[in-house]
Design a protein around this ligand. Structure first.
Ligand code: NAD
Length: 389
């Protein structure tokens, strides 16, 4: 079976789905690896490194023509979907719940689409395949580095002959995978770190990394299913924002990571809270996207400096800014999933297996992933509106 690795084409995407160090692992399982020339260049993996590792470097058209399975990071563009052929499989972070149409087109072309973002993450045997976690981890680290870079002062307490620098006060909102890495990174840089999440179980996790957990009187535990948070009610949201405002005013750095699956990210930092911050303070909104973000004033993909001197950074793809490190983790995730799906040198899709059933989006001309198919089916006549992702 031939496994192809293509160069990513999304704007500013510098990651690659497979790094040279992992080629041997696939070869050992009887797979031939084809790599598009230049696929790893922006992640500091030159063609020569793939060749030395035992892969064959070819032109883009050849990867599409010869591969049985194509490995990628982001979903294919419309043009790339057009290059896929019947019976070919694609594995990547395909985002079928935010873009069900691409899944539909792949189904129509007879392509088997397998999406890492649909992995059942709580299964312990799926942990090595959890690309959402590995990339959130990279993002949490880079968010702190980005904040430190934009902040005009020190993170640690420094006592020098020229005076003493007090440590930065950092607040992390949302203590999932990214938030925990952000706490650890900010602590390692010497900041005083506070953290907050609506899931009560995160208190102990934050404290074990050296952060002080903020307890808000206004919001009770809002744990949802699968380790995620539930959406807050309008009253809870307002009470939470009001109580957070007082804490935010005293912070030098606020990093927000809060997400609720399938919903708009909650606004945790209002314009009023930003107005109360000191000049030179920095906000990094990791949740910002076209859907909105955790910071009311953030603009996805942009950096805004407010009239009162607060820098609001809303990076749109932090993992891509650490391409070598992020690709190395991602490559391990995608290889683990691929090897899980391969038996005797070819793809065997056994949908009685939870990992296969969870990640399989399209197969044999159909959208087989239930939640994706639901988004594509029109609401029954007379129903008020459609479903939301
Ligand atoms: P996420 O990206 O969905 O959200 C980030 C954090 O934001 C979450 O901790 C969430 O509780 C928090 N949040 C949501 N609304 C909020 C609000 N209004 N105010 C404050 N915080 C808010 O989360 P994630 O990083 O993908 O991880 C979610 C969970 O899944 C975690 O519990 C994680 O440990 C768990 N997980 C488990 C496994 C496993 O069991 N192997 C693997 C991966 C993740």
């Amino acid at each position: 079976m031939k496994v192809g690795v293509v160069k990513e084409t999304a704007p500013n995407e510098r990651r690659v789905a497979l790094v040279p160090e992992l080629v041997g692992k696939l070869s050992a399982a009887g797979l031939d690896v084809l790599v598009e020339s230049g696929a790893g260049t922006s992640a500091w993996a030159p063609d020569s490194a793939y060749t030395e590792a035992g892969a064959t470097v070819v032109a883009r058209d050849e990867v599409y023509a010869q591969s049985d399975v194509i490995l990628r990071v982001q979903k294919p563009s419309a043009e790339e979907v057009g290059a896929l052929r019947q019976g070919q499989a694609v594995i990547g972070l395909l985002g079928p719940l935010t873009d069900p149409q691409t899944a539909k087109t792949m189904a129509e072309r007879g392509v088997t689409a397998i999406s890492l973002d649909m992995l059942p993450r709580t299964l312990s045997r799926a942990q090595t395949m959890d690309a959402l976690s590995s990339q959130a981890n990279v993002g949490g680290y880079k968010a702190v580095i980005t904040a430190a870079d934009a902040y005009g002062r020190y993170f640690p307490l420094l006592t020098t002959a020229a005076g003493t620098a007090r440590p930065a006060n950092v607040l992390i909102l949302g203590i999932g995978v990214a938030g925990l890495q952000a706490i650890g990174t900010a602590r390692r840089l010497g900041a005083v770190v506070r953290a907050y999440d609506v899931r009560a179980e995160t208190k102990e996790q934050a404290e074990s990394l050296g952060a002080q957990f903020l307890v808000l009187k206004s919001v009770a535990d809002a744990s949802g299913t699968g380790g995620y948070a539930r959406e807050l009610t309008a009253e809870e949201r307002e009470a939470q924002q009001q109580e957070l405002n007082d804490h935010i005013a005293g912070m030098d750095i606020v990093i927000t990571t809060a997400q609720v699956p399938g919903r708009r990210p909650p606004v945790l930092v209002t314009a009023k809270a930003v107005a109360g911050m000191k000049p030179g303070s920095v906000l990094v909104d990791m949740a910002a996207s076209a859907l909105g973000g955790n910071v009311e004033l953030s603009k996805a993909g942009e950096t805004v400096v407010t009239d009162n001197g607060v820098t609001i950074i809303a990076p749109d793809n932090l993992p891509a800014t650490m391409p070598a490190g992020a690709s190395s983790f991602y490559g391990r995730n995608i290889s683990a999933l691929l090897l899980h799906l391969v038996k005797d040198g070819s793809l065997r899709l056994d949908t009685s297996d939870e990992i296969t059933a969870g990640t399989l989006i399209t197969h044999e001309g159909k959208v087989v992933h239930e939640a994706t198919a639901k988004l594509l089916s029109p609401p029954p006549a007379g129903a008020p509106g459609g479903t939301s992702a």
